[in-house]
Structure formats: structure tokens, C-alpha cells
Design a protein around this ligand. Structure first.
Ligand SMILES: C[S@@+](CC[C@H](N)C(=O)[O-])C[C@H]1O[C@@H](n2cnc3c(N)ncnc32)[C@H](O)[C@@H]1O
Length: 275
């Protein structure tokens, strides 16, 4: 079985077991993260969300495709528990969540009308194989949606060394496992090579310009520095040290309080059909 679950010191290297990270992703919803896909969805379409995290996006999409079934899979058991709890709390019945690897989906060929993945391919050393799995399980004529981070050129004003160092160390940590936060621009090629007919592909920026949004964005990033094992590993590997990490956190927090602080981070959004 192929699997892609990098670990460090007994924990998932990307920190997806940490409640603070579950909370961060539970702020995502179907309108904000998969708005590009919504115009293509209709009641009655069966849907699979790969790497669904705490399931808040899947739950929104389940309501759009109802009464058809929506399914969310994630490699992290804690994410699946959280997703099931949200589904029960919100009374969404046409949804199920199960633990699975996007590289080895436990579904037959041609199973779903819509298959999507959001912010997951960045973690993999072989995103092309994951896209081939999406292609395999979607029905002929069905839709595939892919959101992929591209932080290769974040817009940061005023420029700030602490914020830039955060991006640099985080990307280096992803690279250690063959992942990257900077390759969303390549997603259309992966999809075409898997046999999909990509009919929409564009870059978008998530913007934080109001003081509350900038501070919330930085506190989210600081939560990652404090909870994602990649940053402990960065210290162990000598890329940084504990003192620099503390100074990066203080610098990010101080920067986020500047009156003109602005940050924009990119992603690509693709919609394709299986011919
Ligand atoms: C950045 S979060 C994105 C969550 C959600 N899709 C969103 O956009 O808010 C990435 C998710 O991918 C999951 N993941 C990472 N590698 C995976 C794999 N090989 N198979 C399935 N899920 C995976 C993680 O556990 C995590 O929940």
C-alpha cells in the first residue's frame, strides 16, 4: 500500500493531530474555500472531499448536493473525529467521514460525480499520483476540483524579516518531506497529465488588510510555529534555534499591529472534467 504520512518524533510532521490546528481549519467553509466549484454543483451529485480536515467544507458541500451522499476522507484520525462531531452537531445526515489516504482511496473506479481536494497536494512528495487517484474514482463526465497553495510570492507590506523567515522555514520543512507550499501553479499540468480536461484554472490571493484580519492571520501562523513539529525539527537540524523562533514569533506579532500591515497569499483553483 502506498502511503504518505510523514512523521517526526512520534507525531505527524505537519501537526494535524493538534487541536489548535483542527480549530484553525474548522474556520474554512465551502463558500470561502470552494466558491470556485459551487456554480458547477447540483442537488443529487455524489461527492468526495479528499483531505477534508475537520469537515467544515464537506458539510457545506453536502447541503448543496443533498439528498445525494457526500464523503470526506482524511489520513488523520483526529480530523475525522472532529468532522463526525461537527456533522452530528449540525444535523447533516447525507455525509460520512472515514480515515483514508488520498494516494490509495478505498473506492472503486468511477464512483463519484464530483471529487475535490483542497490544500492537500502540497504535503505530498508525489502530487501527480494523488491526482491520478482523483481521476480514477470520479465517474466519466464527472468533475474534479483542486485548490493548491502557492506561497512562492507572498505579498507582504511593509517587508518584514520575521514574517519572511516564517515562510522560509515552513517551506524548507515541507521540502524535507517532498512537499511544497509553492507549487500550486503546476496543478493544471498534473491534472492534464492524469487525463483530466481542465476547463478552469486561475490564481487567487487570500487577503488580510484590515487590522483584525492581519492579526488573526499572524496568530494563525504563530499557532503553526508553536504546534507544527516541522519547527522543532528545524531547530534540531540547525536551520534555526529556539531563540530565533521566539524572536520570529515576537516579530510577526509586532508587525501585525502596524497600521499598514498587509499580507496576501496565493493559491490556484482548478476545475476539470473526466472525459
Ligand atoms: C491544510 S489541511 C486542509 C483541510 C481542508 N481540506 C481545508 O482546505 O481546510 C490538509 C489536510 O490534508 C490531510 N492530509 C495530508 N496528507 C494526506 C493524505 N496522504 N491523505 C489524506 N489526507 C491527507 C491532513 O491530515 C489535513 O487534514
Amino acid at each position: 500500500m502506498t502511503t504518505d504520512k510523514p512523521e517526526y518524533d512520534g507525531r505527524p510532521a505537519y501537526g494535524y493531530d493538534a487541536p489548535v490546528i483542527h480549530n484553525y481549519y474548522s474556520l474554512h467553509n465551502s463558500e470561502g474555500t470552494t466558491g470556485y466549484l459551487l456554480p458547477h454543483l447540483k442537488s443529487g451529485m455524489t461527492l468526495l472531499d479528499c483531505g477534508c480536515g475537520p469537515g467544515t467544507i464537506t458539510l457545506g458541500l453536502a447541503q448543496v448536493v443533498a439528498p445525494a451522499q457526500a464523503t470526506g476522507i482524511d489520513i488523520e484520525p483526529g480530523m475525522i473525529e472532529q468532522a463526525k462531531a461537527f456533522a452530528a452537531e449540525r444535523g447533516v445526515e447525507n455525509v460520512e467521514f472515514q480515515q483514508a489516504d488520498i494516494l490509495n482511496l478505498p473506492f472503486a473506479d468511477n464512483s463519484f460525480d464530483v471529487v475535490l481536494t483542497s490544500a492537500v497536494l502540497e504535503h505530498l512528495n508525489d502530487p501527480e499520483s494523488a491526482v491520478k487517484e482523483l481521476h480514477r474514482v470520479v465517474k466519466k463526465g464527472g468533475l474534479v476540483g483542486v485548490v493548491n497553495t502557492d506561497w512562492g510570492d507572498p505579498l507582504i507590506s511593509p517587508e518584514n524579516e520575521s514574517v519572511s523567515r516564517f515562510f522560509e522555514i515552513f517551506e524548507r520543512g515541507f521540502n524535507l518531506y517532498g512537499g511544497s507550499l509553492n507549487r500550486g501553479r503546476h496543478a493544471r499540468r498534473w491534472m492534464r497529465e492524469a487525463g483530466l480536461d481542465v476547463f478552469e484554472f486561475k490564481a487567487q490571493y487570500g487577503n488580510a488588510s484590515e487590522p483584525e484580519a492581519v492579526q488573526a492571520a499572524m496568530e494563525g501562523f504563530i499557532g503553526w510555529v508553536e504546534n507544527v513539529p516541522i519547527f522543532d525539527q528545524a531547530i534540531e537540524l540547525g536551520w534555526t534555534d529556539a531563540a530565533e523562533i521566539q524572536s520570529i514569533i515576537a516579530g510577526m506579532r509586532a508587525w501585525s499591529k502596524l497600521p499598514d500591515a498587509f499580507i496576501g497569499t496565493g493559491r490556484t483553483e482548478a476545475v476539470a472534467r473526466k472525459p
